[in-house]
Design a protein around this ligand. Sequence first.
Ligand SMILES: Nc1nc2c([nH]c(=O)n2[C@H]2C[C@H](O)[C@@H](COP(=O)(O)OP(=O)(O)OP(=O)(O)O)O2)c(=O)[nH]1
Ligand SMILES: [Mg+2]
Length: 130
Amino acid sequence: MQVAAGILIDASGRVLITERLGDSPFAGLWEFPGGKLQGDETPAEAMVRELREELAVEVGDSEHFMHLMHEYADRSVELDFFLVHSWQREPIACDGQAMEWRFPADISVAELLPADGPVLEALLGRDRRV
Ligand SMILES: Nc1nc2c([nH]c(=O)n2[C@H]2C[C@H](O)[C@@H](COP(=O)(O)OP(=O)(O)OP(=O)(O)O)O2)c(=O)[nH]1
Ligand SMILES: [Mg+2]
């Protein structure tokens, strides 16, 4: 299963995370907004569509940030994460999911979906370089 997610990052370096809802697996954990590729979409196209659907933003500048594979008990996922530096409109939680802007240093890996550890590490590494 192929998934694409977008990491909105603001001028101060905070990133947007959203809580996984209700009856979905890993409900209550946090993730970067995104979802499964549809049809013949590229990961970048899927990320733009998912952020439109989940946050009602129109993605502007973005760059590929990380590619990961993760084996969950029932599925293996291939994930592409993009850093999103600019977007139009204020993000809103279209599905009623909780949403928070956090500095990567204030996110604990245990709060995130199990696949996302390396992404948090890379965001922290990026902070240290600047
Ligand atoms: N969006 C997102 N999904 C992630 C992250 N980390 C991670 O392991 N995943 C996994 C969890 C799910 O197995 C899969 C995303 O599938 P999903 O069912 O939420 O996709 P979707 O948004 O298209 O959902 P749906 O409405 O079509 O059911 O990717 C992440 O940071 N963001
Ligand atoms: Mg989703």
